[in-house]
Design a protein around this ligand. Structure first.
Ligand SMILES: Cc1cc2nc3c(=O)[nH]c(=O)nc-3n(C[C@H](O)[C@H](O)[C@H](O)COP(=O)(O)O)c2cc1C
Length: 401
């Protein structure tokens, strides 16, 4: 019944789209939905690579049965045990009791923990190969991208990399599956947002995985979320490379909290000064309104970061504190950092922001502004100086590249 997209001869896309879930991981908004990608190779042996969220197992199992055309399923490769991909394993085993499950040692501990499955396992290690008949698979371990058991599966004939969550994006697939068959424009920001929200902490493991890929020729990347990358595979790799090295683009993300508008006025003055001094990419996030998911995306995107907060109960404004903790967890590096604040009787916000920048080992741009109550002329000028200092710091960092 299903017209399945072929990635290569008898390599089928059998994934599903989720346009129902509001929040991925019950945390991150999904305005364009998300896809759970799974792939089936039909050769002398048949092999499925990853499954889908259990909520979509019915359509998923029907697609697999269609593609198999009465053949049995010999292998399931589990590249990643996170439940959005491993959720249908138990049901798949019920449908295909003889399927051998391929994974590494760490995979199998999780397989038992989540699904109680301890039999019919086929353990693989770095560089192991598996012949399917005409096609051959090779296994590449990619631990902590972004779970410990993660591995990639490489098909050697058509040079297809099944990359688990690496190179994945938010956003459901609207009809087409392969990048060359669709307009991919809106997926790039969704890739950065996915990376910043989900993978962000694990820059070093991503770099280690990318180094391994240097030695393998890849024509097509089949991730577990978003488009299959072929035409734009180099761009997808470049984005992952840049983000995992925490290389921000030329631009500034201003994050601020404000109850009564005084801190906000300072943010506006700083932004105007940045623009006046030639900075083209400026994004402003009022933390009480912008979702942390989008704020993190822009923190990963841009080299410049300016944070402003009122003093609140002798501490930072709670929502500013909350976003800073999310940035800290992701160990964001190499930012040009500025800060500003507002208070009424005893300022604490700027001290806290300064300490945060030091803890993160960021480059302080050398100017700050802290106002007592409403914004007055001298502190307005200080905001202008702060914007200029950031513009200069960005110019210097461009020259040092
Ligand atoms: C609940 C609450 C707690 C506050 N705590 C402090 C404080 O500990 N120290 C201080 O100097 N000002 C404190 N303030 C005053 C604010 O920092 C001040 O009103 C500031 O101008 C608010 O900036 P905004 O206009 O951007 O919201 C507090 C205000 C509120 C509403």
């Amino acid at each position: 019944m299903y017209k399945l997209t072929s990635i290569a001869d008898k390599v089928y896309y059998v994934g599903v789209n989720d346009r129902q879930k509001a929040l991925f991981e019950n945390l991150w908004p999904l305005p364009y939905g998300v896809s759970y990608n799974s792939y089936l190779i039909v050769d002398e042996k048949t092999v499925l690579i990853d499954t889908v969220d259990v909520c979509y197992s019915d359509a998923f199992l029907r697609k697999i049965a269609d593609a198999l055309e009465g053949k049995s399923l010999d292998y399931l490769i589990v590249n990643h045990m996170e439940p959005d991909h491993a959720g249908s394993i138990r049901l798949l085993r019920q449908q295909y009791p003889d399927v051998q499950i391929i994974g590494n040692k760490t995979t199998f501990g999780m397989l038992e923990g989540y699904h109680g499955i301890t039999t019919g396992l086929y353990e693989v290690k770095e560089g192991d190969t598996l012949s399917l008949g005409k096609r051959q698979l090779m296994f590449v371990m990619a631990p902590m991208v972004h779970w410990p058991e993660v591995m990639f599966t490489y098909e050697t004939t058509d040079k297809i990399l099944f990359s688990a969550d690496a190179f994945g994006t938010f956003g459901a697939l609207s009809g087409a599956v392969i990048d060359e068959d669709m307009n991919v424009d809106r997926f790039w920001d969704e890739m950065v947002r996915y990376y910043a929200n989900i993978v962000g902490k694990y820059g070093n493991p991503v770099q280690r995985a990318l180094k391994k890929l240097d030695t393998i020729e890849v024509n097509t990347i089949c991730s577990t979320h978003g488009p299959v990358w072929r035409k734009y595979k180099d761009k997808a790799i470049e984005i992952y490379d840049k983000m995992s090295r925490y290389e921000g683009e030329d631009g500034v993300c201003i994050i601020y909290g404000s109850m009564y508008g005084n801190t906000e006025q300072m943010a506006e003055a700083i932004a105007a000064s940045l623009a006046e001094n030639g900075v083209k990419n400026i994004v402003m996030h009022n933390v009480s309104k912008s979702h942390a998911s989008n704020v993190l995306m822009d923190v990963f995107k841009y080299k410049g970061l300016i944070v402003g907060s009122p003093t609140y109960s002798n501490a930072l404004f709670p929502e500013v504190d909350s976003i800073l903790s999310k940035i800290e967890i992701r160990e964001v590096k190499k930012r040009c950092f500025g800060y500003f604040g507002n208070f009424t009787w005893s300022g604490a916000a700027c001290k806290r922001l300064a300490a945060f920048g030091e803890k993160m080992n960021w480059e302080f741009i050398g100017a700050t502004a802290e106002e007592k109550m409403s914004l007055k002329e001298d502190m307005y000028e200080q905001c202008i100086t702060l914007g200029k200092a950031m513009a200069n710091a960005l110019n210097e960092s461009k020259q040092s590249i």
